[in-house]
Write a new protein. Structure first.
Length: 371
């Protein structure tokens, strides 16, 4: 989300919040109630461009490099160069950009093949807040505030915004903001920003030709959940509002036509109803797809691997076929699942996985025996 769009969204949220929290019955009798302090606190987790909401803490570039190599480099590269999946974080900025606050390589006609994070971001709070809430990809919100400061400092050092011996903190982050290369690059020239008008009329944020009345053609709006994103953030059908029809996808298991055979789907259904009766097996012997599906979902394995199709990484079937002839296949795959790696299936890295030895062994045995 762009900085300006995020700011506008937050502005609207703050405008709406008090009205509903203090007296929803004024406009909608019988609907709603005042939000409790605990509910407000649960939602009020962002860090604003003016750094309101920023926790106290500090972290040095050197500390950030250590955290980066352990938690971030597998996806983003040791120097923020990234991979064929993730765009570069550093690069494309100059000392002149830091001085002026506008990135020249963003201008029309600039010979810049790809836009990096440090080229685009205009508020340092956006970078800090995103790392804090969304990273690392396989374990979001697992970094401490000091680690987030350290990682942010390391990224800034990659862009020559701060020196190698710098320590970023809540006390000096406002000063560092004044060195961000694109700090003056945010625009408010759109309808999402209050007060913007064009010729006395609000300027539309989106231009379109679709009719809104007396339409002679049908306009269908459809959306879908990409396969690779399925169940990346839990059971969506249980996260919908209590008012109105539920529109969340059932992500408790992958769609059968894409991920699971009919036999595997039936087995999964039986497992949910009575795990001890799977095809007459005892619970200890139930090691099929139904048994491993909770582990695959909990660790977001199926966000990158399909049963029979490649997504980000190879399909489970391809992995099984590659190693099923090895005498030590189970032990080998169990170790590879936990350690991660790069190069065997291409340039896209697989980060280390936080699985227990029992879980990794279960997945390895499933790969060897079920395909």
């Amino acid at each position: 989300m762009s900085s300006c769009l995020k700011s506008a969204f937050l502005a609207m949220a703050f405008c709406w919040g008090p009205a509903f929290a203090t007296g929803p019955a004024d406009k909608f009798p019988g609907i709603g109630r005042a939000a409790t302090p605990a509910e407000v606190k649960a939602w009020d987790i962002d860090v604003r461009p003016d750094f309101k909401g920023l926790p106290k803490g500090q972290g040095s570039v050197r500390q950030g490099e250590t955290v980066w190599e352990a938690q971030c480099a597998s996806c983003h590269g040791s120097f923020g160069e990234s991979s064929e999946i993730f765009t570069p974080i550093a690069g494309g900025t100059s000392a002149e950009d830091i001085r002026t606050g506008r990135v020249d390589s963003l201008l029309p006609g600039a010979n810049q093949p790809q836009r990096t994070t440090l080229m685009k971001v205009s508020t340092l709070s956006t970078l800090w807040d995103y790392i804090n809430r969304a990273m690392p990809w396989n374990a979001p919100k697992s970094l401490t505030a000091d680690e987030v400061y350290a990682v942010t400092a390391y990224i800034l050092n990659l862009g020559n915004i701060v020196p190698a011996d710098f320590t970023l903190s809540d006390g000096n982050i406002r000063e560092v903001q004044e060195r961000l290369p694109n700090r003056k690059g945010m625009t408010t020239a759109h309808a999402m920003w209050p007060g913007r008008e064009l010729g006395g009329q609000p300027k539309p944020d989106v231009q379109g030709s679709g009719c809104v009345r007396d339409c002679k053609k049908e306009v269908a709006v459809k959306s879908f959940l990409p396969d690779y994103a399925r169940n990346a953030h839990g059971q969506l059908s249980e996260q919908s509002r209590l008012i109105g029809a539920s529109r969340g996808a059932d992500t408790s298991r992958p769609p059968p036509e894409k991920w699971m055979s009919n036999e595997a789907l039936a087995l999964a259904g039986q497992a949910q109803a009575a795990p001890e009766k799977i095809a007459g097996k005892t619970p200890a012997a139930a090691t099929g797809t139904a048994a491993v599906m909770p582990v695959l979902q909990k660790n977001a394995c199926i966000a990158c691997h399909g049963m029979d199709n490649k997504i980000v990484g190879p399909s489970f079937r391809d992995i099984a076929n590659k190693y099923k002839g090895r005498a030590d296949a189970v032990n080998y795959l169990s170790g590879k699942i936990k350690a991660g790696g790069q190069g065997v299936w291409g340039t896209v890295p697989m980060p280390p996985q936080a699985l227990s030895p029992t879980e990794s062994a279960l997945l390895a045995e499933w790969l060897v025996k079920e395909f």
